[in-house]
Design a protein around this ligand. Structure first.
Ligand code: PEP
Length: 247
């Protein structure tokens, strides 16, 4: 059976000392998790986390990467570089990158392609803004975002992870109801099924103010295969109870 995946997104948070105590607290509370667990940390800390997580049950992820292979792209980090630090996952197309860095659907699709070429699993984020939801455009928006990734990646699509993150629920404390989330996940599953015979094995995560109180209900939905967790991943006790809910 497909395992669930709980991935923490630290965003631009952390520090050498804080990272060490957070990871130690997490590992101390994590004996043998029944789900997959990952931490997506700022790139500057990936080598520190590689050492702290070595040999344990938590995989390491990055939060972004370049769509290019190598060369004159100042400030960028390539998939090959990430791979050298044992990175298994890379978030691509997070709404904060789409919003503050102008990342388009086509660019996100290219980043997913580059990640796959480097042996990294892209966690492809899709999600609608509040005004798009209020205009009844949720389905249209998430399908458009995912279609770009499917178009560019063809049959490799079965190797990605998708994260449905309604933009209005990220970091706001507002969570999609289980029904709202499951409804969109089912739409995404249908779209993946039309593109790949292996769509059932693709993990579709929910992200947006997932916390210790709402995780179990969200994770009980048939098409919710895990969570992409921002704020709560910085609190070991909360993150551990989300992991515990992902059976
Ligand atoms: C995120 O950053 O992907 C996220 C879901 O954040 P939060 O859990 O804080 O809403």
């Amino acid at each position: 059976m497909k395992k669930k995946l709980i991935a923490g997104n630290w965003k631009m948070n952390g520090g050498l000392t804080a990272n060490e105590s957070l990871v130690k607290a997490l590992l101390a509370g994590l004996k043998s998790p029944s789900c997959q667990v990952a931490l997506c940390a700022p790139s500057i800390y990936l080598s520190q986390l590689q050492l702290l997580l070595a040999g344990g049950p938590v995989d390491l992820g990055a939060q972004d990467m370049s769509q290019h292979e190598a060369g004159a792209f100042t400030g960028e980090i390539s998939g090959a570089m990430l791979k050298e630090f044992g990175i298994r996952y890379c978030i691509v197309g997070h709404s904060e990158r789409r919003q503050y860095h102008g990342e388009t659907d086509a660019l996100v699709a290219e980043k997913a392609q580059r990640a796959l070429a480097c042996g990294i699993t892209p966690i492809v984020c899709v999600g609608e803004t509040l005004s798009e939801r209020e205009a009844g455009k949720t389905e249209e928006v998430v399908k458009r975002q995912l279609a770009a990734v499917i178009h560019t990646n063809g049959h490799c699509i079965s190797e990605i992870v998708v994260a449905y993150e309604p933009v209005w629920a990220i970091g706001t404390g507002k969570t999609a109801t289980t029904e709202q989330a499951q409804q969109v996940h089912a739409v995404l599953r249908g779209q993946l099924k039309a593109a790949s015979a292996h769509a059932d094995r693709i993990q579709i995560l929910y992200g947006g103010s997932m916390n210790a109180s709402n995780a179990a209900q969200l994770l009980s939905q048939p098409d919710i295969d895990g969570g992409l967790v921002g704020g709560a991943s910085l609190k070991p006790v909360d993150f551990l109870s989300i992991i515990d809910a992902a059976r």
